[in-house]
Design a protein around this ligand. Structure first.
Ligand code: 13P
Ligand code: SF4
Length: 303
């Protein structure tokens, strides 16, 4: 059944000349039919390069908005319109506009997990894989980092020469993991390396062996000589790594590491989007497209 739908998707995608981009947190059956998979940064750069004029995003809304901002002439479809990122919706333009007034000399650095509207008043975007490099490359010492205070704390420690002001925000899924989970994993899997996403709390990050974006975690595990790993990010990464490295063992740092928004997209959503009976076309007004693009272009330039 899954195989039949996948075959129909592959046929339709070819017939209609559509590109499918899937974030690494997507389910296995979606990863298998995607043209490209990767982390937030990889997908946004890829979307700009692909020749197709229609792109389907299997991920969450901010990712589809980012693709639209970078490729305004392309038709960008979000396969499941209900898939949002709670972190991206935690802070709005009004709140950050008011904070900016309090810190007029600060450079506002926005994690890519923000709405297109909020990006219009930020100076530069970052992703988990580019945040440290970009913050270090900024000429200003004073940085207002939004919305993820865990990623912000990680960046502040990697770039001690900078003065980072953080606000209380972050990923509710990664926040579910505690230092207790890390200690438990060390006891249960004493030979495993613990790899975590910087959206985890500082306590968890401090105890990990490696910290990186979804793609960086996958690359690290694939290239490491070690054969056991505990993965501190969305549980799908455990599944994908188990497929690509069958000789290695992967365990999840917590059974709570499941993002319902990333899991919202099904194979049928992709099929209906391709058939013209589903998905949502991302539509952003020209002012938002133009202003939000400035901070995404700066991200690509500095990262
Ligand atoms: P990446 O930048 O690692 O793809 O992370 C995106 C995300 O939503 C993590 O929760
Ligand atoms: Fe958003 Fe967290 Fe889900 Fe990533 S894992 S999409 S940051 S809620």
């Amino acid at each position: 059944m899954i195989h039949d739908i996948q075959q129909q998707i592959l046929r339709l995608k070819k017939e209609k000349d559509v590109c499918i981009l899937a974030h690494s947190y997507q389910a296995r059956e979606i990863i298998e039919i995607a043209d490209f998979t990767g982390d937030s940064f990889g997908l946004s750069v890829k979307a700009k390069e692909v020749p197709q004029s229609t792109v389907i995003i299997c991920g969450v809304r901010f990712m589809a908005e980012t693709v639209k901002i970078l490729s305004p002439n392309k038709k960008v479809l979000l396969a499941n319109p209900t898939a949002g990122c709670p972190m991206a919706e935690q802070m709005d333009k009004e709140l950050i506009g008011a904070v900016r007034k309090q810190y007029p000399d600060y450079t506002v650095v926005a994690y890519i997990n923000t709405t297109a509207e909020l990006k219009t008043i930020c100076d530069v975007c970052v992703t988990s894989s580019s945040a440290v490099k970009i913050v270090r490359n900024l000429p200003n010492k004073d940085i207002l980092f939004i919305p993820d205070c865990n990623l912000g704390d990680y960046v502040a420690k990697q770039a001690p020469e900078k003065n980072l002001k953080l606000l209380q925000g972050g990923c509710p899924i990664h926040a579910r993991v505690s230092d207790f989970d890390v200690q438990k994993a060390r006891l249960e899997h004493p030979n495993a390396e613990i790899l975590v996403h910087p959206e985890c709390t500082p306590d968890v990050v401090a105890l990990a062996d490696f910290v990186g974006s979804t793609s960086e975690i996958m690359e690290y595990a694939k290239n490491s000589y070690n054969s056991e790993f505990v993965i501190g990010t969305e549980i799908s990464i455990v599944q994908h790594l188990s497929y690509s490295c069958p000789e290695k063992r992967f365990y999840s740092l917590s059974k709570n590491l499941i993002c319902p928004n990333m899991k919202a997209t099904s194979l049928m959503d992709v099929y209906h989007t391709l058939s013209g009976n589903g998905g949502e076309e991302i539509d952003l007004d020209s002012k938002t497209l133009k202003k939000a693009r400035v901070c995404i272009d700066r991200m690509i330039e500095l990262g």
